[in-house]
Design a protein around this ligand. Structure first.
Ligand code: GDP
Length: 207
């Protein structure tokens, strides 16, 4: 019996160095956290795949998460990082207004290199409540200013784990739904092309 291949959706992490992208990656992959002192510096792209059950029919979908591995510190991230991404998570740190203010630059990169990607904003380090300098109103204003290309916003703490699993589960659900409807549209398109061309003696179009 033929088995159906499980869809795999590429999701990329974007944002400034130090906002917690690798920590989100680590939470995704091993549900763990390492503090600054225990952290080994890594360089180079990382990828990890994880399966989620989504929707009322609990359909299985795979997220393939990509991390820059700190590459943005020494070089620009190449377009292959963005290519074929179904979702991009724009990460900033809640205690760093600078990391929030550069989101629009990262957004531009995503829009130019990953045209199909759904874009999400993630405010990380919510455990640092007392140092938080970015408000909900700031996040909302940013989303409005970029003409609502942002599909959703999340707040996470890699340190405590708060909000991380919920974010990836929700993204898996939304991305699975949109890729399924895109495939259905493509199938309809294919069928439309296969419809016979009108005969020469058909009524001419009046417009
Ligand atoms: P990246 O450069 O964007 O990949 O950031 P990292 O994941 O390497 O994190 C940068 C620093 O922030 C490290 O020292 C992490 O331990 C720390 N960090 C990451 N996420 C959190 C968080 O949610 N809360 C706190 N308090 N620290 C965090």
């Amino acid at each position: 019996m033929a088995t159906l291949k499980m869809p795999c959706q590429k999701v990329i992490l974007c944002g400034e160095y130090g906002v917690g992208k690798s920590s989100l990656f680590r939470r995704f992959a091993t549900d763990s956290f390492v503090s600054a002192s225990d952290r080994k510096s890594t360089l180079g792209l990382d990828q990890y795949e994880k399966t989620y059950s989504v929707g009322p029919d609990e359909r299985q979908t795979k997220l393939q998460l990509w991390d820059t591995g700190g590459l943005e510190r020494v070089a620009s991230v190449t377009s292959s990082y963005f290519k074929f991404a179904e979702a991009a998570i724009l990460v900033f740190a809640m205690d760093s207004v600078d990391s929030f203010n550069v989101l629009s630059q990262h957004l531009l990169e995503i829009v130019s290199h990953a045209e199909h990607a759904k874009i999400y904003v993630c405010g990380n380090k919510i455990d640092l409540k007392h140092d938080s300098v970015v408000s909900d109103a700031d996040i909302q204003m940013f989303c409005e200013q970029c003409h609502n290309v942002v599909t959703g916003t999340f707040k996470t703490s890699c340190k405590t784990g708060e909000g991380v699993h919920e974010m990836f589960t929700e993204i898996a659900r939304q991305v699975a739904v949109s890729s399924r409807s895109r495939k259905e549209l493509e199938r309809l398109d294919d069928r439309a092309f296969k419809v016979e061309a009108p005969q020469a003696d058909d009524e001419p179009c009046s417009c």
